[in-house]
Design a protein around this ligand. Structure first.
Ligand SMILES: NC(=O)C1=CN([C@@H]2O[C@H](COP(=O)(O)OP(=O)(O)OC[C@H]3O[C@@H](n4cnc5c(N)ncnc54)[C@H](O)[C@@H]3O)[C@@H](O)[C@H]2O)C=CC1
Ligand SMILES: O=C(O)[C@@H]1CCC=N1
Length: 272
């Protein structure tokens, strides 16, 4: 794998920004010294500074020295950040990647200048271990820049390029989605405790079972229902449990939660 030769700025190094930085280093896409991390209070980044990342509270200075700039603040913090960095932006040099939910490429280029190259990316926190599902979209970035962004995210998981109007849906399904599956695993482990296992054993069993389910679909390229049919013996205990869950709204609650998250994701940013 070719390492990235330039420098990367991650503006707003909270949960997803730090996960991305760690993932890129773990994947050997970049060395820590090539990645600058900003945060308002940099004492929270001291352990990353110890690992060789460059840390700073000066967004404008960091942008001036970077090639790829990742915008990783909350949607409601973005306008202030864009105002801070506007004087340092060079459209001929910089490629912007925004992971902010509900903020369009046009929202960003309207603030930074029409020539600015913006790619939206929606990763999830599994990016820290190279297992993200990242959706990527743009309205006007060049083919070369989009290819470099896709190459970057492919080092830390799977990438799907989508139309920009589906980005809030991608946020709900993939970025929020990791929390939904984690909650399902926790619930399964709690069920395990009720039927006799210690909490640590129950969690280990639930986690490996969930991993097996995901890997079955990935490796067999099959549909969940095909795999479920292999588990449900006639008059057996699986179909009994599964139908009880459905009577209590299992699929329906996931679908409704994803729909609500998508609505919310689209409403987190106010333009002014
Ligand atoms: N957490 C997640 O799993 C995902 C989050 N996102 C998006 O990523 C963005 C960040 O989300 P989180 O990491 O969860 O939030 P967070 O609150 O953990 O991180 C945001 C960070 O930005 C810092 N910050 C705020 N204003 C700043 C400024 N002017 N300069 C420098 N740093 C500043 C904050 O101190 C904080 O550390 C949001 O827009 C969210 O929609 C996207 C995909 C997944
Ligand atoms: O909860 C949130 O708003 C962010 C966006 C997707 C994941 N976390």
């Amino acid at each position: 794998m070719n390492q990235f030769k330039g420098s990367i700025a991650i503006l707003g190094s909270g949960n997803i920004g730090i996960s991305l930085a760690k993932g890129l280093v773990k994947a050997n896409y970049a060395q820590p010294r090539q990645i600058s991390l900003t945060r308002r209070n940099i004492s929270n980044l001291s352990s990353l500074a110890d690992q060789g990342f460059v840390v700073s509270a000066d967004n404008a200075a960091v942008v001036a020295g970077a090639d790829i700039i990742v915008l990783a603040v909350l949607p409601q913090q973005l306008n202030h950040l864009l105002d801070q960095i506007r004087p340092s932006v060079d459209p001929a040099k910089h490629v912007f990647i925004s992971v902010a939910s509900g903020v369009s490429c046009a929202d960003i280029s309207n603030k930074l200048g029409e020539q600015v190259q913006v790619v939206r990316a929606m990763p999830n926190t599994a990016i820290a271990i190279g297992q993200s599902m990242t959706c990527v979209a743009t309205d006007s970035a060049s083919k070369e820049n989009v290819e470099e962004v896709i190459r970057m995210f492919e080092t830390v998981g799977s990438v799907v390029k989508i139309n920009e109007d589906l980005m809030t849906s991608a946020t709900a399904l993939c970025a929020c989605g990791i929390a939904f599956f984690l909650r399902a695993i926790r619930a399964a482990s709690q069920g395990g405790v009720e039927i006799g296992f210690h909490a640590d054993e129950a969690l280990k069993m639930a986690v490996q079972t969930a991993k097996g389910a995901a890997d079955l679909l990935l490796q067999m390229q099959s549909h969940p229902e095909q795999e479920i049919d292999k588990v449900t013996s006639p008059k057996g205990c699986t179909i009994a449990g599964l139908n009880e869950m459905e009577h209590n709204g299992f699929s329906s609650s996931l679908i409704k939660g994803i729909k609500l998250s998508a609505i919310k994701a689209g409403a987190l940013y106010t333009k002014e």
